[in-house]
Design a binder for this molecule. Structure first.
Ligand code: SAH
Ligand code: SF4
Ligand code: F3S
Length: 473
């Protein structure tokens, strides 16, 4: 038995004893801030907690244990955490035996950690991103000793330790779809971005470990898998295995036939290879969608961002992709108000947006991240000006996204229905929501026994953020 499994058992015994005393099962709240990597880490944390005998709760005031998995990619992610943590302070004042744990990216960021230590003394455990696997031991020590524990490493642990945490599968937010880490950290150092500082240098997970996890997921009923990395296109497992090779293996590995759809994100434009386009064309399991962050359409800004492609490179790349796969959808990320961005630079972004025909975009106001090169650059854009550009960007983007969606009307798309529609756009119990192969959200009429099964859906209408349709029997 591993050391951490021993501590899982120890906490489980404590919980059993406690449940016998109080007459109720202890409850844990896990709240995720940030990206899909954090959400995926939270699933593993939930697996560990369920092994320890914790039940789940969404309400902080009923939680015996609250774990906040933090993000620091933009300032508002941090502010969101501080707001939630303030609320926990009040609850903990009434309930001294409650435990609060912080993990995730903020804990690795010097200034944020300092503020947490200074202003939030009621937090019991602070655990960095490189050693999440040690959660059971630290939680146990906190339950026994009751003093604050802070454990932050400055660099990643080795691949074996990483696998120890990876092996904690079992809890998934959806039974029929799963995320799988294929790499950790990031080696790109975009000048605005904090991720490389808080997630470390880029490490690729071995193909054997990835394929073993996929076989387990397939046996557990998973039908769709999302391969995760900050820049999947730079996957490099040595021995000539690059991302395109890995994808091909993922599609063809015996024992994973039940996995019908494969997605991946994120793709950095500078590393997207011809081999990847060829594999996407060849392998029907791979979803016809690429999330290809543009960040800016101005070559001058892209250079200052250290993105390593020009406006022309980006436009040429999407032409090549569309030529090979005319039915593909492209989505993107765009940052507005990067230091030194002029009206002319911003116009270049609008220009690319008009030409690229994105089917979706995440748009962000530049947020200064302490310690990154961009934080010290000249020409920080005043917030009012950045805000104005942001609105103008949406005014160009939204009608284009709608136009892309309108092209789908009358076609039949393969959708994996995930939930009964809670959006209220087409009320009634026979409305389901899922994603098409091209990643667009689809609300459609169908019996609820379609949940979790790929369903052909005839598209009958659309709005900017979703398609509407009916299941085809
Ligand atoms: N690795 C991924 C994205 C990770 S962060 C990639 O490179 O595509 C997700 C998005 O957050 C980025 O694409 C970028 O658009 C945005 N982002 C990152 N740092 C930011 C900052 N300091 N201010 C505003 N947006 C930022
Ligand atoms: Fe950040 Fe750039 Fe790495 Fe993405 S590729 S995580 S934006 S440094
Ligand atoms: Fe945030 Fe960390 Fe993801 S900073 S975006 S949770 S890698």
């Amino acid at each position: 038995m591993s050391t951490q499994d021993y501590y899982i058992q120890q906490v489980q015994s404590l919980n059993e004893r406690r449940a016998a005393e109080t007459g109720r099962q202890p409850l844990a709240l896990v709240k995720t801030f940030g990206c899909q990597m954090n959400a995926h880490d939270s699933e593993k944390i939930e697996t560990i907690l369920s092994q320890m005998g914790y039940g789940k709760t969404d309400a902080a005031d009923s939680a015996d244990l609250a774990i906040y998995n933090t993000c620091c990619v933009r300032e508002n992610a941090e502010n969101h955490l501080y707001g939630n943590l303030g609320l926990l302070t009040h609850i903990k004042k009434e309930r001294r035996d409650m435990r609060i744990i912080l993990c995730g990216c903020m804990t690795q960021q010097g200034a944020a950690l300092e503020k947490l230590l200074r202003s939030y003394r009621h937090v019991d455990v602070i655990l960095g991103t490189y050693n999440l696997r040690r959660l059971p031991e630290l939680l146990y020590n906190s339950l026994i000793a009751g003093r604050q524990i802070v454990e932050i490493r400055q660099s990643p642990e080795g691949p074996e330790q990483a696998e120890e945490f990876e092996s904690k599968t079992g809890c998934r937010h959806f039974a029929f779809k799963a995320s799988v880490n294929i790499m950790y950290g990031c080696g790109n150092n975009c000048s605005y971005c904090i991720v490389p500082y808080v997630r470390g240098r880029e490490r690729s997970r071995s193909p054997e470990n990835i394929l073993t996890e996929l076989r387990l997921l397939a046996a557990d009923g998973v039908k769709e898998v999302m391969l995760l990395g900050q820049n999947v296109n730079s996957y490099d497992a040595g021995a000539q295995i690059r991302f395109a090779d890995l994808l091909e293996r993922v599609c063809e590995t015996p024992g994973t036939e039940q996995i019908e759809r494969i997605r991946f994100m994120t793709s950095h434009p500078k590393d997207l290879s011809g081999a990847l386009i060829a594999v996407m064309r060849r392998q029907p399991k791979i979803a016809r969608h690429l999330h290809l962050p543009l960040q800016s359409g101005s070559t001058r800004v892209l250079t200052r961002m250290n993105r390593k492609y020009t406006q022309e490179d980006y436009l040429r790349l999407i032409d090549r992709i569309r030529e090979a796969m005319p039915d593909i959808t492209l989505t993107t990320d765009i940052i507005v108000g990067f230091p030194g961005e002029t009206e002319e630079d911003f116009d270049a972004t609008l220009d690319v947006v008009r030409r690229a025909r994105f089917a979706g975009a995440f748009t962000f106001l530049y947020s200064k991240r302490p310690g990154t090169p961009a934080a010290d650059m000249d020409g920080q854009v005043p917030p009012a000006e950045a805000g104005d550009r942001f609105q103008r960007l949406l005014a160009v983007l939204n009608p284009m996204i709608l136009a892309e969606n309108e092209k789908r009307i009358g076609t039949i798309l393969r959708v994996l229905p995930e939930e009964i529609n809670a959006q209220g756009s087409r009320p009634g119990e026979n409305c389901l929501t899922g994603r098409a192969d091209n990643n667009t959200i689809v609300h459609f009429r169908a019996d609820k026994n379609h949940l979790g099964s790929f369903t052909p859906v005839k598209i009958t209408g659309c709005k900017t953020y979703y398609l509407l349709g009916e299941a085809v029997d």
